[in-house]
Design a protein around this ligand. Structure first.
Ligand code: HEC
Length: 433
C-alpha cells in the first residue's frame, strides 16, 4: 500500500479495507499448529476448510472432478491439493492479495494460515486424526432453489443442451428472447443451471443485447458454483429494454455421464412504474483495439484508458481477455494527478470470475478520473490455453484472436451524493482507527 500513500479522500475506504481485511483474517482463520505437539489432522483442521471453501464444487453432482467430502475421498488427492492450494490455483480466485482492494463479496480464497494448515497436513502424511473431531457434514441448498428468491421472469437457454459423457470443453454463445414487451427495471438477477445440469456447467455469463449480432450490451450476471446471484444495492437497478435478447456465454465440461442442462436466468423486477434512484451500468471499458502480441512472448503489456465524466461508485469488475490473457490491473488516475491501484488479478481462460467489491470497499471515483487498464498476454507455449504460440495475435472476435478490456459495474452519483458517500467513508475510517 506504500505506493498509494498520496491517496485522495475519496478513496480512503480502499486503504481502510485492506487493513481491516488483514485484521479479520488473522483473528478468525484457523492457525497451523507449528511448533505445537498436536499435529494437524484432517478431521480437526482440514475438513472445516474443505467444507467452507471446496465442497460447493467438490462433491457428487457438482462441477469438480472429485469429491472432497470425506477423508477417504480426499486422501488420494493430498499431493495435488497441496500443489493447487499453495499456488492459489484452487479455489479459483485470482485477485492479487498484495495490491488494491481486498474485500469482496463471494470471496472463496484461502487465507495464508489456511494454506499453511493444508500444506502442514499433507507434509505430515495427510493423517486422518480423531474421528470424533470431524464436523457434521455441510448441508447444501436445494438445487431447485433460487438464491435471490423466486424470480418474476425466468428465461432459459433456447433448448436443452446435451453434454456428451466424454469430450472436449464446449464454449459458446446461446441466445434467448426475453419475451419482455415493455421496459422493466430489475433489482436482482441470478443465472442457474437446471438441477441436473450442475455437474457440467463450468460457468455461464449472461448479457442483455438488443439483437443477436450486436456487440454492445449490458452484462447481467455470472454463474459459478459457490456464487449466489446478485441482489443490487438498495436504490439501484438495471434497465431491461422491451425486446431484449439474453446472451448466455456457456462453458460446458463433460463429466463421464451424458448430461442435459437447461441453464436459466431469473430476473426480479421493481414494481411497474417504479424507477430506482440509480441505474446500475455494466460496461466494457477501456477496450484496446490495437493489440500487438508477438509469437512466443510470455509477457506482452498493453495499456488503455477510459474517462469517467461523472462521479461513480464501482461495484465490481471482471477482466475480459481471451486464451492468451495472463493478468490485468485496473488503476484510477484521479483528477488531481494521483493514482490509486484498485485491483490486479491473474487470468485463467478456464475461469471467468466477476470480482464484486464489498459494499464498504467499492471505489469512489470523482468525475474526471481515468480508469487505466493494464493487461499482460502470454503468447508462449507455456500457456496451456494458447492455440498456437507460433502465431502473432491481435484484437478480434474469434477466440483465436485476443482482447483486452474491463467489464465494470458501477452507478453514477451527483456531487451531493458523492460528497455524502465520501463523508461516510471518512467516518468509517475514523471509527476504525
Ligand atoms: C468454484 C468451484 C471450485 C472450488 C470452490 C474449488 N474447486 Fe478445485 N476444482 C474445480 C474444478 C472445476 C476443477 C477441474 C479443473 C478446472 O476446471 O480448473 C478442480 C480441480 C482441482 C484439483 C485438481 C484435480 C486434478 O485432476 O488434478 C484439486 C487438487 C482441487 N481442485 C482442489 C481444491 C481444493 C482443495 C479446494 C478448496 C480449498 C478447491 N479445489 C475449491 C472447482 C473448484
Amino acid at each position: 500500500m506504500q505506493a498509494t500513500s498520496r491517496v485522495s479522500v475519496g478513496t480512503r475506504g480502499i486503504i481502510l479495507y485492506a487493513l481491516t481485511a488483514v485484521a479479520v483474517t488473522s483473528a478468525t482463520a484457523p492457525t497451523a499448529s507449528f511448533g505445537q505437539t498436536d499435529a494437524v489432522t484432517f478431521t480437526k483442521d482440514v475438513a472445516p476448510i474443505f467444507q467452507a471453501s471446496c465442497q460447493t464444487c467438490h462433491r457428487d453432482g457438482a462441477i469438480a472432478p472429485m469429491s472432497l467430502m470425506t477423508y477417504e475421498e480426499s486422501r488420494p488427492w493430498a499431493r495435488a491439493i497441496k500443489d493447487k492450494v499453495s499456488t492459489r490455483t484452487m479455489p479459483p480466485w485470482y485477485i492479487d492479495r498484495n495490491i488494491g482492494v481486498q474485500d469482496f463479496k463471494y470471496d472463496r480464497s484461502l487465507s495464508d494460515d489456511q494454506i499453511a494448515t493444508i500444506v502442514a497436513w499433507v507434509d505430515a502424511g495427510a493423517p486422518r486424526g480423531n474421528p470424533s473431531d470431524m464436523p457434521p457434514p455441510r448441508q447444501f441448498a436445494d438445487r431447485d432453489k433460487w438464491n435471490v428468491g423466486e424470480p418474476d421472469l425466468i428465461v432459459p437457454i433456447p433448448e436443452p443442451f446435451v453434454v456428451a459423457a466424454e469430450g472436449a470443453n464446449w464454449w459458446g454463445d446461446l441466445f434467448s428472447d426475453s419475451g419482455l414487451t415493455e421496459d422493466r427495471w430489475i433489482k436482482a438477477v441470478e443465472t442457474k443451471p437446471s438441477p441436473e445440469g450442475f455437474p457440467v456447467v463450468h460457468h455461464a455469463v449472461t448479457r442483455l443485447q438488443e439483437s443477436r449480432d450486436s456487440d454492445e450490451g449490458d452484462f447481467l450476471n455470472e454463474y459459478a458454483q459457490g456464487k449466489n446471484g446478485d441482489v443490487f444495492p438498495a436504490g439501484t437497478g438495471r434497465l431491461v429494454k422491451a425486446g431484449s435478447i439474453i446472451r448466455f456465454n456457456m462453458h460446458y465440461a463433460s463429466n463421464g455421464t451424458e448430461t442435459t442442462d437447461r441453464t436459466s436466468v431469473g430476473l426480479t423486477f421493481y414494481p411497474k412504474g417504479e424507477t430506482p434512484e440509480h441505474e446500475l451500468f455494466s460496461r466494457a471499458l477501456a477496450q484496446n483495439y490495437d493489440l500487438d502480441i508477438p509469437p512466443g512472448d510470455d509477457e506482452v503489456r498493453h495499456d488503455s484508458y477510459h474517462p469517467f465524466t461523472e462521479n461513480v461508485r464501482l461495484t465490481g469488475y471482471q477482466p475480459h481477455l481471451h486464451n492468451r490473457g495472463k493478468r490485468q490491473c485496473i488503476e484510477a488516475i484521479l483528477p488531481d494527478g494521483t493514482t490509486d491501484m484498485l485491483s490486479c488479478s491473474n487470468w485463467d481462460f478456464g475461469w471467468h470470475i466477476v470480482y464484486n467489491y464489498a459494499d464498504d470497499a467499492q471505489p469512489l471515483l470523482p468525475k474526471g478520473t481515468f480508469l487505466h487498464t493494464t493487461t499482460w498476454h502470454d503468447n508462449s507455449a507455456g500457456n496451456r490455453w494458447n492455440p498456437d504460440s507460433r502465431n502473432w495475435a491481435g484484437f478480434g472476435q474469434r477466440s483465436s484472436d485476443d482482447m483486452s478490456f474491463t467489464w465494470t459495474s458501477y452507478y453514477e452519483l451527483d456531487d451531493e451524493e458523492f460528497a455524502a458517500a465520501q463523508e461516510e467513508r471518512r467516518s468509517m475510517t475514523n471509527e476504525d482507527n
